[in-house]
Structures are given as structure tokens and as C-alpha cells.
Design a protein around this ligand. Structure first.
Ligand code: COA
Length: 263
């Protein structure tokens, strides 16, 4: 099994949970933590027993308060070093696009900078109503470097992306929820339960249909409507030859719950 210093990892009932665990640094992402996240994402992708990934932060205060600012400082004045640092973070978060299964960020506190970008890289996001999101990089004289400028614009539109990126403001979860960045919001005490409820809806569905649904939306981001529809048709055809389609239809007609096999 992987050796993890800055993360907690457990798998139960088809749900893998990864918890960023540097509470004294508000779970800031240093190189080691990013590397470990990469290992975990690979393990989740390769483990057929894992159906959904839940990503969260340890402690009451933070999801992830950003990239580790001490490491950012180390690339000041070094354009190539900074580009490499951004490229590395991007390559880790891109693994979430390539998981083949849904990932859900449960935002339990500050999700700033790289932490907000980690949440944006997940398929879905829940948050407590006391959480705070934001892209404060401009306050440090930089811009988001782990895919955030691209993902936020695609999730919530360029208007919201410009507002968050240019003001660097702390955005309350209520506002992030209003603009669709946070899918579902709960009071703090119900965050875990509410998130698990959403995960349980997902868990009941056919794994291949979930994968095709994720890929259709993701690939469509870069396509025209016509190209996107052609791609959607292709996935629709692929879904139609799965055992899961036969099972889903049969279960409906027989008024029973489907038993999907992911085949
Ligand atoms: N990188 C490195 N360390 C960080 C960090 C980050 N992104 N965010 C917080 N920490 C550390 C603090 O330096 C502090 O460490 P220390 O106790 O050794 O001094 C510890 O976490 C607690 O943070 P602190 O700032 O004391 O908590 P707070 O309640 O006063 O403020 C925040 C909370 C989130 C408002 C504040 O920590 C903050 O602004 N963090 C940076 C957010 C940011 O700009 N992220 C984007 C980076 S690109």
C-alpha cells in the first residue's frame, strides 16, 4: 500500500475518501502533498472496487487553504521554475478528469487558491454554509496556476471567473452555491450526511453510464454544439450495448431495483 504522510485514505462501501491532513498549515498543498494526491488518484482509477472518490480536508477550519506559499516563494524570479510548478499541479488535478468515476469535493472550510482549484477539478462539490472559497492569487501578485482559471470559467462562466480571479475576494459558500460552483450546500453539522446522500444516489447508478456522462460533459467543453452532439451520440451508442442498459430497462419494467455490473 502507498505510504502517505500528508493524506488520510480509506475505502469503505465503494467510496474512497482522501483527506488532506496538514491542519496546522490549513491543509496547504506542498509538493509532497500533491505527489501523494497523484498516487491516490492513480489508485482510485485502478481500483474497480472504488466507485466514487470523496475529497476533503482535515479539521474544522479548512478544506485546503491553497498551494503552500513558502514553495511559491521559492520560484519567485524563476519563470521556468514557476511554469514547472504550475505544470506539475495541473498534471495532478488532471488525473481527476481521467479517473473514469465521479469525484466529489466536500468543502468543509477555506478552499482558497490551489484548494479552490482542487475542488473545481472534482466532478461535483458540496460545501458547508460557513465555508469560504476564492482565488486570492492576485493578492500575491500571481494568478491561478493549477487549472483554476480554465475550470472556473467552464463551470460558472467567464463572468464569474473574472470576478473571482480579479478581486481575489473571499467568496462565502452561499454565493458560490448561488453561482453554481457549489452544487449542494448544507449546515456544517449536516455536511457529511448530505454529501453521503448525494454520493449514495450516484452509487446506485450504472458505473459505465456515470463514466460516459462525465466524459461527455468534459469533452464537450472544448467542442461546438454540433461536434458535441456527435460525440454524445457516440457515447449513447456505447451505452446501448452494455449489460447495464439491459439491466436498467429490465429492472424498470419489473418494478425492482437494478443490479448494475459495470459491463
Ligand atoms: N501556504 C502555507 N501556509 C499556509 C497557507 C498557505 N496557503 N495558508 C495558511 N497557512 C498556514 C499559516 O502560515 C499558519 O502557519 P503558522 O501557524 O506556522 O504561522 C497556519 O497555516 C494557520 O494560518 P493563519 O493564517 O494563522 O490562520 P488565520 O485564521 O489567521 O487565516 C486564512 C486563515 C485562510 C485567511 C489565511 O491563512 C490565508 O490567507 N492563507 C493564505 C490563503 C491564500 O492566499 N492561498 C492562496 C495561495 S496561492
Amino acid at each position: 500500500m502507498m505510504e502517505l504522510t500528508n493524506l488520510l485514505y480509506e475505502v469503505e462501501g465503494g467510496v474512497a475518501t482522501v483527506t488532506v491532513n496538514r491542519p496546522d498549515k490549513l491543509n496547504a498543498l506542498n509538493h509532497q502533498t500533491l505527489q501523494e494526491l497523484g498516487q491516490v488518484f492513480d489508485a482510485v482509477r485502478d481500483d474497480d472496487g472504488v466507485r466514487v472518490l470523496l475529497v476533503t480536508g482535515s479539521g474544522e477550519k479548512a478544506f485546503v487553504a491553497g498551494a503552500d506559499i513558502s514553495e511559491l516563494l521559492a520560484v519567485a524570479g524563476n519563470s521556468d521554475g514557476a511554469a514547472a510548478l504550475a505544470g506539475f499541479g495541473q498534471s495532478i488535478f488532471r488525473k481527476l478528469d481521467e479517473l473514469g468515476k465521479p469525484s466529489i469535493a466536500m468543502v468543509n472550510g477555506f478552499a482558497l487558491g490551489g484548494g479552490c482549484e482542487l475542488a473545481l477539478a472534482c466532478t461535483l462539490r458540496t460545501a458547508s454554509d460557513t465555508a469560504v472559497l476564492g482565488l486570492p492569487e492576485v493578492s500575491l501578485g500571481i494568478i491561478p496556476g493549477y487549472g483554476g482559471s480554465q475550470r472556473l470559467a467552464r463551470i460558472a462562466g467567464p463572468g464569474v471567473a473574472r470576478e473571482w480571479i480579479l478581486t481575489g475576494d473571499m467568496i462565502p459558500a452561499t454565493e458560490a452555491h448561488r453561482v453554481g460552483v457549489v452544487n449542494r450546500m448544507f449546515v456544517q453539522e449536516e455536511l457529511k450526511e448530505g454529501t453521503m446522500k448525494m454520493i449514495n444516489s450516484v452509487l446506485k447508478k450504472g458505473p459505465l453510464a456515470l463514466r460516459f456522462g462525465i466524459e461527455a460533459v468534459l469533452r464537450g467543453w472544448d467542442m461546438s454544439q454540433a461536434e458535441g452532439e456527435a460525440m454524445e451520440t457516440e457515447y449513447f451508442g456505447r451505452a446501448a450495448v452494455t449489460d447495464d442498459m439491459k439491466e436498467g430497462m429490465a429492472a424498470f419494467l419489473e418494478k425492482r431495483k437494478p443490479a448494475f455490473t459495470g459491463k
